[in-house]
Design a protein around this ligand. Structure first.
Ligand code: UDP
Length: 423
């Protein structure tokens, strides 16, 4: 067999490739989390392999991000985009490839950190085949998600069973907010170990640009009033609520008022269909003149959009964490968010932004107006928001806490494997 290397760890994210462009269908917070956690853990001295599936023949099999951090793409089904709900049947192939990869490399991972329920199943199966410590982050819980959608997919029962088995059997589950932790306990299982370690954000990248400079670079007027949305086009994101709220805002007829909707979409795919639906609501409400669909915002412009905005709105129906909220906060932009999930943890009402009931367009309109009306208050909220992210949500502190967790389990395994001295 192969040798175990205790500083080499695998972040497994079958469906969320950490090396691809973010901001389109099914590429969002999970991809960012795996990538940033991987980078930060590597800086702390771990040898990090981030394993995902190959979703296009053009993709490199291995992407070396830094000497200690790489993305490895394994075969799991045809090399094309496959929606999460249809991936389960390809997971046995991923497991086989994972084992072959270890054989070729001549080592075996002693710790894996799996992401999303599909990878949790991969991890639990691998655990039957080799000694392993498994840490898991859900990113989304079926038990919560299926409460709020009408058309529950065929895979739902399988997902719920895997999520329960995962919580009850893996070494540790990482909840990214106290709200997610509570949902796990109430809706998934009372058994199993949970540690709360939040998501992070790049506090250098976000927060670098001043509002006036960002506006100049983006060609936005200095006196414009900008309401920003950033994220995927998905019904769960509640973009419709935001558009309807903007229609009710007392600023809507002012010439310098603008709604900017940032996020990628592909024609005829589910995100493209949602974008078209949102665009038709914009038209129905007569908001075309004050609404811009900015498309996918990459790293070169995303920090500028956050900095340029007066307020960033996160109108999700549910959010286990919600990276966009802390990215805006790190950029000194207050957040108006739905009073749900991880947003209740990141946004401090009246201090770093405002929380309002989800799907309540009147409440969103009122909150947006309150912030836009007072630039002084907007700036106070922005300052406090930035401070909060620096203290609580840096990737470095996330990686540091994960390191403590991993080290604890590795040390425990090492002491269990030590030969016992007879009394
Ligand atoms: N994002 C991006 N460009 C876009 C839209 C989104 O880079 O055009 C990123 C955004 O900055 C954030 C992630 O996608 O890091 C979305 O994460 P979040 O947790 O808010 O939502 P999820 O996609 O996980 O539901």
């Amino acid at each position: 067999m192969f040798q175990n290397n205790k500083h080499r760890i695998a972040l497994i994210s079958v469906d969320g490739d950490p090396a691809i462009e973010i901001g389109q269908e099914e590429a969002g917070g999970q991809n960012v989390y795996v990538r940033q956690v991987g980078y930060a853990l590597a800086k702390l001295g771990w040898q990090v392999d981030m394993l995902t599936r190959r979703s296009s023949p053009q993709q490199a099999a291995i992407v070396q991000h830094s000497p200690n951090c790489r993305t490895i793409r394994l075969k799991a089904g045809p090399a094309e985009f496959i929606g999460r709900d249809n991936l389960f049947e390809h997971l046995p192939e991923f497991i086989q490839e994972f084992q072959q990869f270890q054989q070729h490399q001549g080592f075996g991972y002693s710790l894996i950190h799996t992401n999303y329920w599909l990878s949790s199943w991969v991890g639990m199966e691998l655990k039957k085949l080799q000694p392993l410590i498994q840490v898991h982050t859900y990113h989304s819980l079926g038990a919560v998600k299926y409460r709020s959608i009408g058309d529950v997919p065929v895979i739902a029962a399988q997902r719920l069973a895997v999520e329960k088995a995962c919580l009850e059997t893996v070494d540790c589950v990482v909840a990214t907010s106290p709200q997610e932790q509570k949902h796990m306990r109430v809706l998934v299982s009372s058994k199993g170990k949970i540690e709360m370690i939040p998501c992070g954000t790049d506090t250098d990248k976000f927060g670098e640009a001043q509002r006036s400079v960002a506006r100049e670079k983006l060609g936005i007027a200095p006196d414009a009033k900008i309401v920003l949305y950033v994220g995927r086009f998905d019904r769960r994101k509640g973009i419709e609520t935001l558009v309807r709220a903007v229609a009710k805002s007392s600023f809507r007829n002012e010439a310098n008022f603008q709604l900017v909707i940032g996020g990628g979409s592909r024609p005829h795919q589910s995100d493209g269909i949602e974008r078209d639906r949102i665009a038709s609501i914009v038209t129905q409400l007569g908001l075309e003149n004050c609404t811009t669909f900015a498309g996918r915002l990459d790293d070169t412009v995303l920090p500028l959009y956050y900095a340029a905005a007066d307020v960033c709105v996160v109108p999700s129906h549910y959010e286990p964490f919600g990276l966009v909220a802390i990215e805006a906060m790190a950029s000194k932009t207050p957040v108006v968010a739905s009073n749900v999930g991880g947003l209740q943890f990141t946004v401090v009402p009246e201090v770093t932004g405002l929380l309002v009931p989800p799907k309540n367009e009147v409440a969103f309109a009122g909150a947006i107006d309150r912030i836009i009306t007072s630039p002084t208050w907007r700036d106070q909220l922005g300052e406090a928001a930035q401070q909060r992210t620096e203290i609580a949500f840096s990737w470095y502190s996330v990686a540091f806490r994960l390191t403590q967790l991993y080290t604890h389990f590795l040390a425990q395994t090492a002491s269990n494997n030590r030969p016992q001295i007879a009394a």
